[in-house]
Design a binder for this molecule. Structure first.
Ligand SMILES: CC(C)(COP(=O)(O)OP(=O)(O)OC[C@H]1O[C@@H](n2cnc3c(N)ncnc32)[C@H](O)[C@@H]1OP(=O)(O)O)[C@@H](O)C(=O)NCCC(=O)NCCS
Length: 325
């Protein structure tokens, strides 16, 4: 049956130039390269310069995605930005990127689901496009987590980094089967009872500051694998596909041990797992589009490939989407 699908037209990413290595971190807090690599897989991360913000990183990623799609800003009528580190409480990062691109039509808004933000943003844009209300969307994950880290807390400051990635999605007619190109299914979940395990201890409505990230790492780890394998299984069921059909598994890049355990539980071989956490750290909502951008640029992800994205993060929120590229 003819169905509208949100098809990936282009993809781009942007990272700050400044690399912060584990060796440098071990001079700032009581940690070591070996500890960080063994527990997380992270070797280095990027840190935004003084004059870089979430919207400047997101704008550069958006421009690269548009160039990759061979489209101009005028072709875009929807911008959805997933971020938990906006430049300002308002206006949204999305409207700043819209202005930076010179777009004066359509709609632009931010969406906040912490590390699951990009999966939420893909699912949201997909609903707009498949409803027929919009034609082409920029879906962006952009973060400057370095700005909400307590740089004296070794249990969190070693884990995160800054960056941005973007996809251009376009409404195209498909046949309604899992052979179609585009977003085939998306599954979103949340459970606010887990607030205390991963949160920021400030905000405009409470402390009137932006606050710092706080985390019970062990608690997050305990829940992560089960939650994401659940929604991935839902995505397989909804599309009558299985782990064997996947060409690329592109998980949220929080921790190598979580990624390895999830892939193993699902029976996805390591050659199909895109891993960028060693170079980028955890860039929250930016981590999936950064990983997609890297794997597309180096030729791994090709048109027609079946790509599973998934994430879990603060809230808790979690989700997965299956995309045929
Ligand atoms: C954060 C994480 C790497 C910590 O690893 P862990 O094995 O759970 O370690 P623990 O928290 O039990 O801490 C073990 C010890 O290492 C210490 N430690 C914590 N951070 C450290 C660091 N950066 N360097 C050295 N030692 C550190 C702890 O203080 C603790 O010491 P103690 O035993 O003397 O009290 C791990 O819990 C994790 O990856 N959790 C998931 C986090 C995540 O992905 N969050 C984002 C989700 S979107």
């Amino acid at each position: 049956m003819a169905t509208i699908r949100s098809v990936v037209r282009g993809c781009g990413y942007h990272l700050p130039e400044r690399v912060l290595t584990n060796a440098e971190l071990s001079r700032m807090v009581d940690t070591s390269h070996e500890w960080i690599v063994q527990r997380t897989g992270i070797e280095e991360r990027r840190i935004a310069a003084e004059d870089e913000t979430t919207s400047t990183l997101g704008l550069k990623a958006a421009e690269k995605a548009l160039a990759d799609a061979r489209l101009t800003p005028a072709d875009i009528d929807l911008i959805v930005v997933a971020t938990s580190t906006p430049d300002f409480t308002f206006p949204s990062v999305a409207t700043q990127i819209q202005a930076g691109l010179g777009i004066t039509h359509g709609a632009a808004f931010d969406l906040q689901a912490v590390c699951t933000g990009f999966v939420y943003a893909v699912a949201t844009a997909d609903k707009f496009l498949t409803s027929g209300s919009h034609k082409r969307a920029l879906v962006i994950g952009a973060e400057t987590f370095s700005r909400i880290l307590d740089w004296t807390d070794r249990t969190t400051c070693v884990l995160f980094g800054d960056g941005a990635g973007a996809l251009v999605l376009e409404a195209q007619l498909g046949t309604g089967t899992s052979e179609d190109r585009g977003v085939l299914t998306s599954h979103l979940r949340s459970d606010g009872r887990h607030r205390e395990k991963l949160y920021v201890d400030g905000g405009p409505g409470s402390t009137k500051t932006c606050g710092f990230l706080r985390m019970q790492g062990k608690e997050v780890f305990k829940h992560a694998v089960g939650m994401v394998t659940d929604v991935i299984t839902d995505a397989f069921k909804a599309t009558r596909t299985s782990a064997a059909d996947i060409d690329w598994f592109v998980p949220h890049q929080a921790n190598k041990r979580i990624i390895d355990a999830t892939a193993e539980k699902l029976g996805i071989p390591s050659e199909k797992v895109v891993m960028t956490v060693q170079r980028h750290g955890n860039t929250s909502a930016a981590s999936i589009p950064l990983a997609l951008g890297v794997a597309r640029a180096d030729g791994r992800i090709k048109e027609g490939d079946l790509v599973m994205i998934e994430a879990m993060g603060g809230g808790f929120t979690w989700g997965a989407a299956l995309i045929r590229w």
